[in-house]
Design a protein around this ligand. Structure first.
Ligand SMILES: [Zn+2]
Length: 172
């Protein structure tokens, strides 16, 4: 392939990256410190030859009212970036909290929400139940106060060391 033929490919790659970034940077409506990219719900963005950007999104919790809000926000972000947005909802494989990126977990903890424990975590397997660390002091002496926190996706915990209550992003 000659240089002349390679240039359109580079343009396409740049556009592809711009479309992906526009979609990935959309904040979660319930926890605005994390983005759609951080949550791992953006499965990909593809461009067709017509300037259409096809964003594939996997809903988090089924029935979560945020699903439609996220789809509309991604659509708006792509349109603002100059693309004709198409949203595709991908339901299989189902999203799990394991898809949340390392950066997303750090952002949740910094915001005061204990990030979900990964399913492959040996401590979780060892104890048979989730060991939730306090996002403020790191103590593992925590107790669950309620199955539901400020949203159905979260549970309410309290740290027995620093006595602060906090939300835990539930594992699925
Ligand atoms: Zn604590």
């Amino acid at each position: 392939m000659g240089v002349a033929a390679a240039i359109p490919d580079l343009d396409r790659l740049r556009l592809q990256r711009a479309a992906y970034a526009a979609a990935a940077n959309v904040p979660d409506p319930e926890i605005p410190v994390v983005t759609v990219g951080d949550l791992g719900i953006l499965r990909g963005v593809e461009l067709d030859g017509e300037n259409r950007a096809i964003a594939r999104l996997t809903p988090t919790y089924s029935g979560c009212p945020a699903v439609v809000a996220i789809e509309l926000a991604v659509e708006a972000a792509l349109r603002e970036a100059g693309f004709e947005p198409v949203i595709e909802r991908v339901i299989a494989p189902a999203w799990t909290t394991d898809w949340i990126t390392a950066e997303g977990r750090e952002k949740l903890a910094a915001y005061g929400i204990a990030p979900p424990v990964e399913t492959g975590n040996s401590r979780r397997a060892l104890f048979g139940e989730t060991l939730v660390s306090c996002p403020r002091c790191g103590s593992e002496a925590t107790e669950r106060l309620s199955e539901f926190g400020s949203t159905p996706c979260k549970a309410q915990y309290r740290c027995q060391s620093c006595l602060e209550p906090f939300d835990y992003f539930k594992c699925i």
